[in-house]
Write a protein of this length. Structure first.
Length: 226
């Protein structure tokens, strides 16, 4: 976290800072007073909170917090405690988070690219092979070399048009997401939601299992006899 960031000055954070303002050094107390007086600002620099946290970990700060009435807990002024429940730079607009792509989707795109390259190579070989075959076969017709070359080019041009039409049809069918791909995306989304929602139930189930295990192996528990 860079020092030029701002932190939202929540009510609980303002109360924590106000309770320790009188114990701070004069310079730090004057710097903090700006953010505790009316009108109450909505933001406080990260550097101010960092200075308070560093002072609380110093020897003079820790002794001042322990000797205060009532004594202050040093952990309340750590950066984790001070930043708890706050928002970092709410006045800024950060970029949207782009989640990593699903490995299955990446692999499917790679297969699609390989198929496209293979299709183009086959089309080029078909065009060249058809033109050469037409030029070679036309030698038995007694044509001149110029007519044979033109005939080979004409056949290659016709085959190229046919291959282009077939490639456009193939690309149009594979560009739209298939039902299988949409179903996979829905399953992945549902799986993420399930994982997010199963945390509490897993913890509760683990606690229940631990309680049953304790009751089962507790040697102090008396076993009723008939």
């Amino acid at each position: 976290m860079t020092p030029d960031l701002n932190i939202s000055l929540e009510d609980h954070l303002r109360d924590t800072l106000a309770s320790v303002q009188s114990l701070l050094p004069r310079e730090l107390s004057a710097q903090l007073e700006v953010y505790l007086t009316l009108p109450k600002p909505a933001l406080i620099p990260y550097t101010v909170l960092q200075s308070v946290s560093q002072w609380s970990r110093s020897s003079s700060g820790s002794s001042a917090l322990r000797s205060a009435t009532p004594p202050r807990d040093l952990n309340d002024f750590s950066m984790i405690s001070l930043l708890a429940g706050t928002t970092t730079s709410p006045e800024r607009k950060f970029g949207s988070y782009v989640p990593p792509r699903d490995p299955e989707e990446v692999e499917a795109e790679r297969k699609k690219e390989r198929r496209a390259i293979t299709t183009l190579m086959n089309a080029l070989l078909s065009v060249g092979g058809s033109g050469f075959a037409a030029w070679w076969a036309s030698q038995h017709a007694g044509w001149k070399k110029e007519w044979r070359a033109l005939f080979g080019l004409f056949v290659g041009f016709i085959v190229a048009i046919a291959e282009a039409v077939l490639y456009l049809i193939w690309q149009s069918r594979h560009s739209a997401p298939t039902k299988k791909t949409r179903r996979r995306r829905r399953l992945v989304s549902a799986r993420h939601k399930k994982n997010d929602g199963d945390g509490d139930s897993s913890v509760a189930e683990t606690e229940d299992n631990d309680n049953r295990l304790r009751r089962r192996v507790n040697p102090d528990q008396s076993v009723p006899r008939e």
